[in-house]
Design a protein around this ligand. Structure first.
Ligand code: HEM
Length: 386
């Protein structure tokens, strides 16, 4: 049993279970919750093959003029050392507030690199995949402030204060080398809520069902790159900021919402029948001859088989209201895939027919490669950038 599960088991075992819930006293009796740590070193970077965390912050940076390959190496040495400490609940050298590192609450820190970085430092030949950018799609209405970046830092964890502190410290240590391009903050269910189940999107849909379970060969096959040799154990990462159009969605009937997705709002089960664990039946038809999972249903268009899938680890976002009154909220779609082509194929198809396009607008798009994980003494990105 993982340490987290053990802790939760302790809570449950010792709990005052009244009227279907735990008392506030009980929750206060679990200070250890914040101390749970996730490993930093290993074959893969953290923050990808890990049970869902409650909060995610994505920070994209651009290197400053005059920063060369060697300087990028120096920056990554510093940031790697910082991340190794912060994820283990320890402050960094020169930490602005050591105490804020004490409760990492499963903090993970993941680094990605954009093609623009490789270009700027004269290392374009070392970019390990054939595609350099995500193409523009007809559905896109991209806003400059959410696109691209030389360096991506993903911090994820169950405590927003630990996340704030980590990003704050990393941004400061990166500041001699790089400037901030954008930051996006996302959230899922609060830590301890809905454990073991997939969270809901801000449209209310159960999201994440078709992901491969972590720790399985299928997860590995979907997620981790197998070539070239200096990129084995790495991945490709896509971040798309997708704004939801709640105005018309809110007025749809539940049946229409179910049909647009191909899964039921109620419990995430396929509209073709069965429960959450039942595979989609894309062939079953209604008495009028039409498909139960509609021709343009999101899950029909996004469906992949033969282990060609992707690993989605998106987060909801809610960034207040735009000047015209639009609620700026939606999904920070994030996917990791062994080969970027898998994402590109799905996205190209979705951009043409997905029913959800009526209620969603991609406003940001970014591609990063995720370097393989490292052992102590090494720095993240060394296999690609040294
Ligand atoms: C527009 C906003 C989007 C929303 C609200 C959304 C929501 C969902 C939901 C609720 C599901 C069903 C449950 C699940 O398997 O997770 C799903 C499935 C899926 N989505 Fe999305 N999604 C969006 C965009 C995307 C994008 C941009 C991609 C990739 C390009 C994508 C790829 C997938 C895939 C691969 C599946 C699983 C299909 C299957 O094999 O059953 N989605 N999505």
């Amino acid at each position: 049993m993982s340490k987290r599960k053990q802790l939760l088991a302790v809570v449950v075992a010792g709990g005052i279970f009244a009227a279907g819930g735990f008392s506030a006293l009980e929750l206060q009796a679990t200070p250890e919750f914040g101390r749970v740590i996730e490993p930093f070193y290993g074959k893969h970077q953290g923050g990808i093959e890990v049970a869902r965390q409650a909060n995610l912050t994505f920070l994209a940076l651009d290197i400053k003029e005059g920063i060369d390959k060697k300087a990028v190496g120096r920056m990554m040495r510093v940031l790697t050392a910082d991340a190794a400490l912060l994820t283990q609940g320890q402050g960094i050298i020169g930490d602005s507030q050591f105490e804020m590192a004490e409760n990492p609450a499963r903090l993970t820190i993941t680094f990605g690199f954009g093609y623009s970085l490789f270009e700027k430092i004269g290392a374009a030949d070392s970019w390990p995949i054939s595609q350099k950018v995500i193409p523009a799609y007809l559905i896109d209405k991209l806003e400059k402030q959410w696109n691209d970046g030389d360096l991506l830092i993903q911090a994820a964890g169950d405590d927003p204060i630990s996340l704030f502190h980590a990003i704050h410290e990393l941004a400061r240590d990166a500041s001699p080398f790089a400037t901030i391009r954008w930051q996006q903050r996302g959230f899922s269910n609060a830590a301890g809520v809905n454990i073991g189940n997939n969270p809901r999107s801000l449209f209310g849909q159960v999201d994440g069902t078709a992901n491969a379970a972590i720790g399985t060969p299928e997860f590995d096959g979907r997620t981790w790159s197998t070539s070239p040799s200096n990129f084995v154990g790495g991945s490709t990462m896509v971040i798309r900021r997708i704004r939801f159009n709640f105005g018309t969605w809110d007025r749809l009937s539940t049946n229409k919402k179910d049909a647009a997705l191909g899964r039921k709002l109620k419990d995430g089960s396929p509209v073709s029948g069965g429960d959450l664990t039942t595979p989609l039946n894309l062939d079953s038809k209604k008495s009028d001859g039409s498909y139960e999972v509609a021709d343009d249903a999101h899950v029909r268009i996004a469906f992949t088989d033969k282990n060609r899938g992707i690993t989605r680890r998106g987060a909801n976002y809610d960034d207040n209201y735009l000047a015209d009154g639009t609620h700026d909220a939606g999904l920070i779609f994030t996917s990791f895939q062994a080969e970027l082509k898998r994402f590109l194929d799905i996205q190209a198809a979705l951009a043409m027919v997905d029913s959800l396009n009526k209620w969603t607008t991609p406003v940001g798009s970014a591609l990063f490669i995720i370097a393989p994980g490292v052992e102590k003494g090494d720095w993240v990105g060394s296999s690609l950038l040294s």
